[in-house]
Design a protein around this ligand. Sequence first.
Ligand SMILES: *Cc1c(COP(=O)(O)O)cnc(C)c1O
Length: 407
Amino acid sequence: MKIPFSPPYIDASVVDEVVDTLRSGWITTGPKTKELEEEIRKFCRAGQVLCVNSWTSGAILMLRWLGVKPGDEVIVPAYTYSATALAVLHAGATPVMVDSGEDFNISVAAVEKALSPRTKAVLPVDIAGFPCDYDALMDLVKTPRARGMFKAGSPVQGLLGRVLVLSDSAHSLGAYYRQGCRTGNETDVSVFSLHAVKNVTTAEGGAICLNLPEPFDNEAVYKELRMCSLNCQTKDAFTKSKAGGWRYDITGLGMKINMADVNAAIGLAQMRQYDRLLSERKRVFAAYDKAFSACPWAICPPSAKDGKETSCHIYALRVKDFTEEQRDRMIEKIGEREVAVNVHFIPMPMLSFFKGLGYKMEDYPQAYRNYRAEISLPVYPQLTQEQTGFVIETVIAAYEEVKAETR
Ligand SMILES: *Cc1c(COP(=O)(O)O)cnc(C)c1O
């Protein structure tokens, strides 16, 4: 039984929505992108939502808006997908990596230790779709100690008067931060990824949620950022295409990272049925939880705690006491049975580029322990009960085999 890791959810409604866009005569940024922004905004009750062409470009845009400069520091977890730190580097600042907790997410205590007068932002990551401790992070950046240390280096930083919390919510669209409250409205800024492997996709894409405090006007910031995502051109192509709308100005050095309507159409059709898609993901996640909580060797990933609830993006299973080599052997054996699994994530200090920059894995012991015995199992709405059962069987058999080899 061949089981892929994360195929996109493409049904007739998705195809119809894309075809509708193709036939409409307008395929780049326009009405469908606006509609998708509105769907996401209502879904997570965010102040404003701007769609762009990736999580990465959205994060760079927000860090540039914040006005980070060389020498400025942005705190990120060592345990995440590299885009989190690469965005910081692209924006010209230095990523300061910190360790994680046993729940995979950034350690707030480690963030507190890493704060310096150069810190301009913190980028917590909702690993696998389980929200970080936002209350603790938002409280931390508002403490007298953190505020006292903060040095504003741009007009936006001056208005904020403290470190910005920009959450990497690439995985967590649909997760609950507390009862009735979804991710996307808790931190100053959250960015969702709409990449092909994420819960909701536009093939490539990102959604920036703005929940900036007073004195910021989120609607005004939305308009400014939207223009920045279109080369800082005062008129978008949609407006300019209308008769008499030819004249425009360029007001600054922007980026060209807008989302096209033909992409937005995919996500729009998915958002309209996302509640159902989420419950299908939950079904798969719960089947894994039931099976693996009965295995004394398995550590199940966090799913629900203190009102938080995962978006079931990834099932991050861990094997107690396995070494990295044993975990790799287990993945090999699972692969032989044609079940695609993954590892989320190889901590950044283990990757050549970051090693070259001087980051050292020894500095992040919990991130290493999380990585060492982690295997991500496939979770998506299309997985049938039979397929889910086959994944469970395969994983258990692979564990037994590797265990027997090393006895
Ligand atoms: C996928 C992912 C990103 C990057 O998303 P893109 O839309 O591909 O730029 C960033 N952070 C995390 C944690 C991710 O998993």
